[in-house]
Write a protein that binds this ligand. Structure first.
Ligand SMILES: Nc1ncnc2c1ncn2[C@@H]1O[C@H](COP(=O)(O)OP(=O)(O)OP(=O)(O)O)[C@@H](O)[C@H]1O
Ligand SMILES: [Mg+2]
Length: 597
């Protein structure tokens, strides 16, 4: 497996080279098992570790109205570790990251960063720079330098600039040079190329890039400031499996401190040395990856549920659990320490999780007739002429649930936009049957929550409901896990997962018999993904969806359509069968040949 490694070049710039390394996931788990157990126990007994602290929080607390997100947060983040931040949708993960980065102030307490350290952030919103050019987006990573560049360029571009402004431009030019600004563009270009974003993309607008390419540019932006601490909020959204593996390898090779929010268990297990759990209005750090945290907390929950069990029996189970995890332990020194810690173990410290399942159910208002959907010769190109999809031809039958797949996520986004009527195709036709009512969950939902229609949640949802009664809407929101005062919060402040829960509510209220879902699991926590997966399986109508979640795709789809620039591969089979099919591989090779011919 390939692992990118960072080598410092200038004070604000890292260069990436590629080197060989062992398979991470397995090695990671086996190698770290003893460490995980030891440190899990340490986290309960506050055994102090000696690593140098990069960042610490002192009595941090935040509440919105009556709702306390977290309180009395006292944490230390040490050099070289990778912290995975977990918690339910709306628990406060993004908010906590914003407090760490100084974007918002806590109500109580403070955050201390070691003097001289730099921090960079990749935010949960991957669509924030859509109208900016790729290279500029990277340079924005060094904000001060970028602002100077914009100001001096504006003066140069102004034919009526005064002498005073001319002097100002000269000063700015000096400052810019001292910061290394003259090399900035070529540095940014090299960084992008090293991250695999080819030169032909550097002058394109961000909106023209695929999800995976965008994340790479945003990572380049974060690295451009040469951070000692890298904060990443759900970086794997919009990424395909290959790019997720790339990112895991990249983070594993990153020498400085990483704090990353994610709902992706596989990813967390690959990259994290520590788990930061937000629950019960508290934030706690446990050493170890997600699986270790999960197994431990499950065990604790089951032991607590069984109140009659004697402490002695619980201790025995805990010992067995630790032995199971440390089967491969080789470091006897750590094993001895673990035993000491175990002697003092107080199981009552750990509470079962408060995570909940929303009620998701899609109920069609009418049975579909025999005509469902006929797509004929559909084609679309990008603004620069590159083909997104061409000659797409298929007829959909009753009961079919199609998974759309393909290498180019921009092509899939565009295909959904065309099917839903949001955008026009260049050629071809789409005919939905007379009885078909369709609704669409777009990948990008910012427009629905933009500040200009900043309604309270209850009024936001009322817009989409035939039944306007307060009790009804409140009941509906309650089942989607918004209760009490929460129904009065502004729609613009909702967390990523809460926005998706609202978009799903909007669809549920419309009762369509045909669903178009573009990456519906993005931003959702595991409980919501499970609820959504069940709802999609149980839905009686038709559906076209795309998801990077293998389990969901495999349990829902009974037909798979792969989009290529040169036509489609249409397979009436489950996703697992499609992945294994030799016939599909042959068709793909033929299509590739005809593209290259
Ligand atoms: N200005 C605000 N006023 C009221 N509530 C707010 C405000 N800002 C955020 N919230 C609420 O705080 C909670 C935490 O939001 P945050 O975005 O940190 O959640 P999260 O853990 O990142 O969730 P997700 O996994 O969905 O991204 C949410 O319920 C959100 O609606
Ligand atoms: Mg968030």
């Amino acid at each position: 497996m390939l692992k990118p490694q960072l080598i410092p070049k200038t004070p604000f710039f890292h260069k990436i080279s590629i080197q060989k390394t062992a398979n991470l996931s397995k090695t990671h788990l086996i190698f770290h098992a003893p460490l995980l157990i030891f440190s899990y126990l340490c986290s309960h007994f506050q055994i102090i570790q000696n690593n140098s602290t990069m960042l610490s929080t002192n009595d941090v607390g935040l509440q919105y109205g009556k709702r306390v997100l977290f309180d009395e947060v006292n944490l230390k983040f040490t050099k070289g570790n990778c912290y995975g931040v977990i918690g339910a949708n709306g628990a406060g993960k993004s908010t906590f990251l914003k407090i760490l980065s100084g974007e918002i102030d806590p109500n109580n307490g403070s955050v201390d960063m070691e003097p001289g350290n730099r921090m960079a952030v990749l935010s949960q919103n991957h669509f924030a720079f859509e109208e900016d050019a790729v290279l500029n987006t990277v340079m924005m990573g060094h904000k001060k330098m970028y602002d100077i560049m914009i100001e001096k360029d504006a003066i140069y571009m102004n034919p009526d600039a005064t002498e005073k402004e001319g002097m100002r431009a000269a000063d700015l030019e000096n400052e810019y040079g001292e910061m290394g600004g003259w090399e900035a563009e070529s540095d940014a270009a090299t960084l992008l190329s090293n991250l695999g974003v080819s030169e032909d993309l550097h002058q394109k607008l961000m909106k023209e890039l695929t999800g995976g390419q965008k994340v790479k540019v945003l990572i380049a932006q974060a690295l451009f400031g040469d951070p000692d601490i890298l904060l990443l909020d759900e970086p794997t959204n919009d990424l395909d499996a290959t790019t997720i593996t790339w990112l895991s390898d990249f983070l594993a090779g990153f020498k400085n401190t990483v704090i990353v929010v994610s709902h992706d268990r596989y990813f967390l297990d690959m990259v994290c040395t520590h788990t930061v759990d937000i629950d019960f209005n508290r934030i706690k750090i446990y050493t170890g990856n997600y699986t270790f945290w999960y197994e431990s907390s499950q065990l604790m929950a089951s032991q607590m549920a069984n109140k009659n069990k004697k402490t002695e029996v619980k201790r025995k189970e805990m010992m067995e659990f630790i032995q199971r995890f440390s089967a491969n332990a080789s470091k006897s020194k750590q094993a001895t320490s673990r035993k000491k810690a175990l002697d003092k173990l107080n199981l009552e410290d750990i509470k079962p999780s408060t995570r909940k399942y929303p009620f998701i159910h899609f109920q069609a208002d009418r049975e579909p007739g025999d005509q469902i959907l006929k797509v004929t010769n559909l084609s679309k190109r990008k603004e620069d002429g590159e083909i997104l999809f061409s000659n797409v031809d298929f007829t959909m039958n009753r009961g079919e649930k199609i998974s759309l797949v393909g290498k180019d996520s921009a092509a899939i986004n565009a295909f959904f936009d065309v099917l839903s009527g949001e955008k026009e195709a260049d050629s071809g036709t789409i005919e939905f049957g007379q009885t078909i009512t369709h609704d669409y969950l777009p990948n990008e939902n910012t427009a629905f929550f933009a500040n200009k229609n900043d309604l309270e949640l209850i009024d936001w949802l009322r817009q989409f409901s035939d039944e306007k009664d307060e009790q009804f809407i409140r009941g509906f929101l309650g089942r989607m896990l918004f209760s009490g005062e929460e129904v009065y919060k502004k729609s613009s402040v909702l967390s990523g997962g809460e926005k998706v829960r609202c978009m799903l509510s909007k669809i549920m209220l419309k009762h369509p018999n045909f669903l178009l879902l573009d990456e519906p699991t993005n931003h959702l926590d595991l409980e919501s993904i499970t609820a959504l997966n069940n709802a999609m399986t149980e839905f009686k109508g038709n559906m076209i969806f795309t998801s990077h979640d293998f389990k969901l795709t495999d349990s829902v789809a009974n037909r798979v359509i792969e989009i290529t620039p040169n036509g489609i591969i249409d397979s009436l089979m489950s996703y697992t069968d499609y992945v294994k099919s030799d016939n599909v591989k042959e068709q793909r090779a033929k299509l590739l040949l005809s593209v290259n011919a």
